[in-house]
Design a protein. Structure first.
Length: 162
């Protein structure tokens, strides 16, 4: 196993503070790694090791964030479910913060992180340089005729937390 320098960082956003890890030098272009559901930044350790073996840290830095409520990031206030769409707002804030320092960002998403990254790319492709997806095709969907029943079920399940 390679010994890789890693820096634990915090990304204070307007609405929440996210924990992150930076591999590589802060002055290099950013590859922003987004983990999957119920995962954390350490799921990208093997990727960071592969980057080091290939010499990619000479050209890029890898920043891995913990989504809200995951790893060492803050939890959202209140007691309500997290929907994948909510993470798009977090991602927009992270990209805005990081791109001011480093320029265009490459998004790398795994599973939920890939779904969020692809939805963001569909809406705001000009804000990112490239998109890399690992095991992420699209968000789950169903017929619009199911919307009423899905919302009813979600609201009933939410009542358990009140």
């Amino acid at each position: 196993m390679l010994n890789i320098d890693v820096e634990e960082i915090q990304l204070p956003l307007a609405h929440i503070t996210l924990a992150a890890k930076r591999y590589g030098q802060a002055d290099k272009p950013v590859i922003l790694a987004l983990h999957g559901w119920l995962d954390n930044v350490d799921s990208f350790i093997p990727l960071a090791q592969a980057f080091a073996q290939q010499g990619l840290f000479d050209k890029f830095q890898l920043i891995c964030i913990d989504w809200p409520g995951h790893g060492l990031s803050d939890h959202r206030p209140g007691r309500y479910p997290l929907h994948w769409v909510d993470y798009i707002y977090d991602l927009q804030a992270v990209i805005h913060t990081l791109s001011q320092e480093t320029g265009p960002i490459i998004l790398l998403g795994h599973s939920l992180g890939g779904i969020v990254a692809s939805a963001y790319n569909a809406c705001l492709a000009d804000n990112i340089h490239k998109l890399i997806l690992i095991e992420a095709l699209a968000p789950l969907s169903e017929s619009a005729t199911q919307a009423k029943d899905r919302l009813r079920k979600g609201l009933q399940q939410q009542q358990r937390f009140n």
